[in-house]
Design a protein around this ligand. Structure first.
Ligand SMILES: NC(=O)c1ccc[n+]([C@@H]2O[C@H](COP(=O)([O-])OP(=O)(O)OC[C@H]3O[C@@H](n4cnc5c(N)ncnc54)[C@H](OP(=O)(O)O)[C@@H]3O)[C@@H](O)[C@H]2O)c1
Length: 362
């Protein structure tokens, strides 16, 4: 059979995935969403990419997250996704939430980085063309830019919504004060920010720490009506069994891109091994416990504190294991304490400088 006409999504795809409301909006996201940062560039076989995307949708993952520069090379994840979208998913466009972003490096010169209107508008047009879409569901400013007035970035996001090229807008890696400021600004403009996308995992808890004004990012986002989608909840693979017996050749760490050798220090691996023991006592793999932990009930907003865990996967088997997390999202107090007793910051927040680059909007 020709693979191009072969895809019929699983009829029971909406039966097991929980969908969680995003902040004060009417939008719901799957508890686990799939990101295309790694594993969807030109360095990976298109058929593996297709298999992962199909399996995700078959299991209720309605949200695929991209950015202008995902690859390698930059742009290729959107181009590859565009091809697979056209072949497999076009008929299901209204069942999908597709996001893209601009903010980090994309093209040479002063207009291919940052938060200017010039960059954001041009980049979104390019992303839509690569993906073959009329609009994205969510468009993000990918990181704070200390050189662009906050108003300029926010007006650009507002105008992007008004143009119909994005249904909702969000921000990523903004600290708690800047998030509150941006949210207030956009609320006054009648175009509320939908969502914040920060890094968050058992070994990278910056979003729980109080900022300058005493509020954490999680509280600031929720109090201002934004939902949170947590990226790299597996700490890029550290919080799985991937590195317990060394560095596999086909792993992200072996590729020496975003997951560096220091992140696999003996101390970190020892910690991961102890977390693995706790996971096994719960009857879960470490990856599953790490995802359940990000999605756990906490603070004033309970299970809505984090709307979705945004994972990556290099195979269908990894994706399946991760989605099986949803069978147990509950923790006892003793389990949470055992995790806290073992866990420390693993030094893996490579986005911290971008967050620190700007605390207030002035
Ligand atoms: N806004 C931002 O600035 C930003 C930054 C980073 C990421 N993101 C978003 O977040 C998404 C997820 O990021 P991420 O890929 O770093 O997330 P992650 O889920 O923490 O890490 C994914 C990696 O972990 C490994 N893995 C996943 N499941 C596994 C399993 N069950 N067993 C063993 N290993 C497993 C795989 O590594 P191998 O490839 O080695 O198999 C996989 O590529 C991105 O695609 C992107 O959409 C956003």
């Amino acid at each position: 059979m020709n693979t191009l006409d072969a895809y019929v999504p699983a009829p029971d795809r909406y039966e097991s995935m929980p969908y969680r409301r995003v902040g004060n909006s009417g939008l719901k996201l799957p508890a686990i969403s799939l990101g295309l940062w790694h594993n969807f560039g030109d360095d990976k076989p298109l058929e593996t990419q297709r298999a992962i995307l199909r399996r995700a949708f078959d299991r209720g993952v309605t949200h695929f997250d991209l950015a202008n520069n995902y690859g390698p090379p930059f742009g290729s994840a959107e181009t590859n996704f565009g091809r697979l979208f056209a072949e497999d998913f076009k008929r299901y466009r209204d069942e999908l939430i597709i996001s893209s972003k601009a903010g980090w490096d994309m093209w040479p010169g002063p207009y291919g980085f940052g938060g200017s209107r010039k960059y954001l508008m041009a980049s979104l047009d390019q992303s839509l063309e690569r993906m073959g879409l009329d609009y994205v569901d969510i468009f993000y400013h990918h990181r704070p830019d200390p050189e662009t007035p906050l108003e300029e970035t926010m007006y650009a996001l507002r105008d992007i919504v008004a143009s119909g090229k994005a249904l909702y807008v969000g921000i990523s890696s903004y600290g708690p004060e800047l998030t509150a400021e941006a949210a207030r600004f956009m609320a006054e403009e009648g175009c509320p920010l939908l969502i914040h996308q920060p890094s968050y995992s058992i070994v990278n808890r910056w979003v729980e720490e109080p900022g300058e004004d005493g509020e954490s990012l999680l509280t600031s986002a929720a109090d201002n009506g934004l939902g949170v989608i947590a990226f790299s909840p597996l700490a890029q693979g550290l919080l799985t069994n991937r590195y317990l017996q060394g560095v596999p050749e086909d792993s992200r760490a072996a590729a020496q891109k975003s997951l560096s050798g220091d992140m696999l220090s003996a101390e970190n691996i020892e910690m991961v091994s102890r977390l693995n023991d706790i996971a096994q006592e719960r009857g879960q793999s470490l990856a599953q416990m790490a995802l359940a932990w990000v999605l756990r009930e906490q603070g004033d907003y309970g299970a809505e504190t984090v709307a979705s865990a945004l994972i990556g996967a290099s195979s269908v088997a990894q994706l399946d294991e991760n989605l099986d997390t949803l069978g147990n999202l509950e923790f006892t107090k003793a389990e949470l304490k055992a995790i806290d007793d073992v866990a420390r910051d693993a030094g893996i927040n490579i986005w911290a400088d971008a967050t620190a680059s700007r605390v207030h909007g002035e």
